[in-house]
Design a protein around this ligand. Structure first.
Ligand code: SF4
Length: 392
């Protein structure tokens, strides 16, 4: 099969989204940020095209940007104006910076397409935003980013799109040449160069085959993200999770009463949650004060109103996400954990339960655990034995 980076990315984000987009080919209007990105990319292609005899003026670049914007009737006038102005601003700043900061780089080509043959007659397709040749002959692969959020160096080093560009450049487009790859953040005018691990391209190739294998096996389960992600998904209205179903007759009224009761209970719980959070904050302060008092008095417990309060410790074990990622990503299990700074033991145990990982890998993962102790205060009714104690 033929697959592109954006399809791989969509599949890894949510297999059901891939199904709706690439299998069922449901037409949906592109999001505003996608339109902005396409128009800015078109203007940069116009600006940096090495086949052009004279560099275009800023007005010509902005004009090509305006022409690349579609009607976009699905966007409100306000949203469209905001995005359009953001693109103008990015391009103006990029143009003004270009003369000074791009010395030592010569643009070899822009929007360079490739079709890289993979194992089992699959093909990886893509398009590199820009290819530069540096003064020492190194090939620089550049991907433009229009987002405002800047990445951490670790994210750049592991960027899948750059790794795919490298794979195509090393094997197909520039074999034997020294290759480097960079992300260029247009809103900030900053270039970040990746320092990928030596085996990243091999790991990415394995991931591509894992994705292809799942697509061919028609594994398209929805992977709902946090509500905020699914709310912005273009396929939200077609998604099997969010598509409203119409029941008839008695079923209809049963379903309606379930929805009403659920809404009522959720609203009560929402109010209670606020109350619980306030109580938890106060509980934390009281425990802190009591522990300070114990320390001052050189004791570990005290008693009042039939309740004994004792100094105690809660031990939590967490796992550094980056280390866990290195072990889980090659088998395609990292997606189930999600992007976090640390991974909880509960999340790992759930993974062991559902994915049947090899025991050696489970031991390796568990060995990464880091324990932290949090001082706390435990309560029990006076007169109860330890083993029968009841928390009050
Ligand atoms: S709404 Fe969420 S679960 Fe449904 S297709 Fe989109 S990302 Fe996947």
């Amino acid at each position: 099969m033929q697959i592109s980076y954006s399809q791989i990315n969509t599949y890894q984000f949510c297999p059901h989204k891939y199904q709706l987009h690439s299998v069922e080919k449901i037409p949906v209007p592109p999001g505003g940020n996608l339109l902005l990105g396409s128009a800015v990319h078109a203007a940069l292609k116009f600006l940096h095209d090495p086949g052009r005899l004279a560099e275009p003026t800023l007005e010509e670049v902005l004009d090509s940007y305006s022409r690349a914007w579609p009607e976009a009737l699905h966007l409100s006038e306000e949203e469209r104006s905001r995005l359009f102005a953001a693109g103008l601003d990015m391009l103006r700043r990029h143009y003004q910076r270009e003369d000074r900061e791009e010395t030592g780089r010569r643009t070899a080509t822009v929007e360079h397409p490739f079709r890289l043959p993979l194992k089992a007659e699959h093909t990886l397709m893509g398009r590199i935003d820009r290819v530069n040749v540096l003064e020492d002959g190194t090939i620089e692969l550049v991907d433009y980013k229009t987002s405002r959020t800047l990445p951490a160096q670790n994210d750049i080093d592991n960027d899948r799109q750059l790794a795919i560009y490298r794979l195509a450049a090393e094997r197909l487009l520039y074999p034997g040449r020294k290759i480097t790859s960079s992300l260029y953040y247009l809103q900030h005018g900053l270039t970040f160069t990746a320092n990928p691990a030596g085996d990243l391209t091999e790991r990415v190739e394995e991931e591509i085959h894992w994705v292809i294998g799942n697509i061919l096996a028609e594994e398209f389960s929805p992977r709902p993200k946090k509500a905020s992600f699914c709310d912005y998904c273009e396929y939200h209205n077609y998604c099997q999770i969010f598509r409203p179903v119409a029941a008839e007759g008695e079923n209809q009224s049963d379903m309606e009463s379930l929805v009403r009761e659920l809404a009522e209970i959720s609203s009560i719980l929402k109010d209670r949650n606020g109350e619980i959070k306030r109580h938890q904050a106060r509980k934390g302060l009281l425990e802190k004060e009591l522990l300070a008092w114990f320390k001052q008095m050189g004791t570990g417990c005290c008693q009042a109103g039939g309740v004994q309060a004792m100094a105690d410790v809660i031990r939590r074990v967490s796992f550094p996400a980056e280390e866990v990622r290195k072990l889980l990503e090659p088998q395609g299990n990292w997606e189930l954990i999600g992007e976090k700074l640390t991974v909880s033991k509960t999340a790992l145990e759930e993974l062991f339960r559902t994915r049947k990982l090899p025991p050696a890998l489970q031991y390796q993962l568990l060995a990464l655990g880091v324990a932290t102790d949090k001082p706390t205060v435990k309560l029990r009714a006076v007169g109860q034995e330890d083993k029968e104690e009841d928390e009050v």
